[in-house]
Design a protein around this ligand. Structure first.
Ligand SMILES: O=C[C@H](O)[C@H](O)COP(=O)(O)O
Ligand SMILES: C=C(OP(=O)(O)O)C(=O)O
Length: 359
């Protein structure tokens, strides 16, 4: 019998790594797709407006609205054009920020978003995914619309975060130290979602954790491993998204959440996600949730800084695998465009009343 000697190192290292594919550095992608100085001003302006709303220096209502996930940049670009018109029309009452979500956290398995798998077929061409994502983000920033993403992978922010005005740490990662550290160093306001089981205290812990400086290993702009020292993020806030089989957008839920924030000596402000656990993932329920929230806003609830809506060109959702309907979500069901416009109008009326009540 022939004995093959395996080098020691190969017996212990990378036993479950099937392939290692080179990836361009963040610096290289930025060089290829730069944020030019006019776009730079748009991003800074978008972030400042979001911060002003969160800190009650601007009485408008923040609305983070757009597809559950981007799978087709052409449809997302068309959506951005339509949304920009509404953002201008309703700008006195609403600060509209577009959801441009490229990273999807899955409960078990499923498509993990356009950065992870741009061909939608499991081939996992992350380099192409990052390139498409950055290109689309730049296009939307060029239109003058502030952008929102969920930050899921701790490496991807170096590639795209310079284009983002509002970020989320999702329900499935809000308890993770890695994500709290990441949020402490991100340059824009970050919403911390309540956990999928409905736990709000976990999100409040995350707000407190991300507010202070951290030191942790990561990569720098050139892609080199580095020890990152952060300053802490003062603009994190709670996002109520329902969970544990029940919604948490009612006036009573809002007042208990604000009380928890007060007890933790945190600013009493929050965003309500009208989708996910608050709609039971039923897009037809989102307008009902939004109307309830609009009612609270109109009555003068200043603790509600913003709302989140999942919306795309065509209502509902579809599965990947067959022929795809243009402009329809391939993850959670979204409101269609016409309904979205109606909901935005009702939210604007509510925000207008709140301002009038306060004056
Ligand atoms: O927002 C999208 C989904 O709710 C999230 O990615 C989880 O989806 P899943 O439970 O279908 O995996
Ligand atoms: C995944 C999302 O939400 P959550 O983390 O609340 O499930 C999302 O907003 O796309």
């Amino acid at each position: 019998m022939k004995i093959v000697t395996i080098p020691e190192v190969q017996r212990v290292r990378d036993q479950r790594i099937a392939a290692v594919v080179p990836l361009m550095s963040p610096a290289l992608l930025h060089h290829e797709l730069p944020l030019t100085s006019d776009l730079h001003d748009n991003v800074l302006d978008g972030r400042r407006q979001v911060e002003d709303v969160l800190n009650a220096r601007d009485p408008r209502l923040l609305v983070v609205v757009g597809p559950c996930s981007v799978h087709d940049p052409v449809a997302a670009g068309e959506y951005a054009g339509l949304l920009r018109e509404q953002a201008d029309r309703l700008a006195d009452d609403l600060l509209i920020v577009m959801r441009v979500y490229f990273e999807k956290p899955r409960s078990t398995v499923g498509w993990k978003g356009l950065i992870n798998d741009p061909a939608l077929d499991g081939t996992g061409d992350v380099g192409t995914g990052l390139r498409i994502a950055r290109k689309l983000l730049l296009e939307i920033v060029r239109r003058g619309l502030p952008t929102a993403v969920e930050f899921l992978d701790p490496i991807t922010p170096q590639y795209i975060a310079d284009t983002v005005a509002w970020g989320a740490i999702g329900a499935r990662t809000v308890e993770s130290q890695v994500h709290r550290q990441l949020a402490s160093g991100l340059s824009m306001p970050i919403g911390m979602k309540n956990r999928p089981d409905g736990s709000i205290s976990t999100a409040i812990d995350a707000i407190q954790a991300a507010a202070v400086p951290h030191v942790f290993p990561g990569i720098d702009f050139s892609g080199t491993p580095a020890i990152l020292h952060t300053t802490g993020n003062p603009d994190t806030h709670l996002v109520l998204r329902g969970g544990g089989g029940r919604p948490n957008y009612s006036a009573d839920d809002v007042s208990s959440a604000l009380q928890l924030l007060r007890k933790a000596s945190l600013p009493e402000r929050l965003v309500i996600d009208c989708s996910h656990g608050n709609s039971n993932k039923d897009h037809l329920r989102q307008p009902l949730v939004a109307d309830d929230v609009a009612g609270q806003v109109a009555e003068g609830q200043n603790g509600i800084s913003g709302v989140m809506l999942e919306s795309f060109l065509v209502p509902g959702r579809q599965d990947l695998g067959g022929e795809l309907t243009y402009g329809q979500s391939v993850t959670d069901a979204c409101m269609g465009w016409d309904t979205t416009v109606e909901v935005l109008e009702r939210l604007a009326t509510a925000a207008h009343s709140r301002r009038t009540v306060a004056a």
